[in-house]
Design a protein around this ligand. Sequence first.
Ligand code: SF4
Length: 372
Amino acid sequence: MRATRDATSWEPAQRWVPDSVWIERTEENSPLARRVQARLPGALTYVTDDLTAAEPGDSFAAGKRRLVVQRHRGSFLQHCPAGTTGMVCCNYLVMNFGSNCPFDCSYCFLQEYLANNPALKVFTNVADGLAEVDRLLRAHPERTFRIGTGELADSLALDHLTDLSCELVPFFAARTNALLELKTKSDCIENLLRLDPQDRVVVSWSVNAPAIIAAEEAGTTSLEARVAAAARVQAAGYKVGFHFDPLIAHDGWEEGYRDAINVIFGRLDTRRVAWVSLGSLRMTGRLKAAIKARPQRGPLLTSELVPGPDGKDRVWRGLRVKMYRRLLEWLRVVDERMPLYICMEPAGVWEKVFGDAPADREVAHRLVAARP
Ligand code: SF4
């Protein structure tokens, strides 16, 4: 079910419910496990010492129907993988409080990255993750960090089960040298509306042309529903952001992306938009094979892809630059001061699109400084 197109009457999309819940025995009485059980009273639930049974090696889609509640071992914080070979880096940090996502975008890199462990996971030891962030922020009071939870998971799609945002938002609201980004394709914002972000939280939506959302983003909310949710959180004091990523060259792409920009920014206060990013389709051989094995195919793989310096294939540089420039042109008509960046692109593409290529860390400085 998709949320209503009329954003003035709010009808949230149906919330995700798993087929089964697997809880690590030592975590059974953790606050998170208790919340999940209370929110899913009729769910088929296993409390176990051995979570391998939750990953029996069946299909990726079947794995996405299981919810695992467990302790996270190792570091919660990682550097965004964009800071790899030959790409301009925006010094973004990712914090993983779970992995995988209930939606089913055909281009999703998690099909490759989590191919062997696709169950949706949520981690119980949130306090350990926040302690790690706290140590980092205290060690570098001179820097402002951008930290997001939407790299290996959708930041909000499970919030109706976990209330994770109720721990993250107050934590970041009390800090002065970090911005939290919650990135989503859901409209699961009810908790956010009850919290005060103190200008330290950006809620962002990955967006696309409506034809691509319909063909390639199964289970996600419509563009109108994402914008309606953005308008509501903006009115509640949050900054918002948008990621046109992946841009996909399809029949009518210019009209599609221009219409999406009009739908999005026609309803929002652009002065409270923290950033907008653009990125192109990035593909590895294994991801391409996973996409080809899907039962239905949209326009995703119709363009010719060429290898990049980071080992990922993209559409050829001339077309990428053309698409970035067109979107930039339309975005600057909306607001000439809109903070913009392109994601996972080399300096040469930045120069063609923006006229210059920022040095290391400079992207982050520009974005934070643009809308302090
Ligand atoms: S919303 Fe993001 S994480 Fe979820 S399936 Fe789509 S691309 Fe993957």
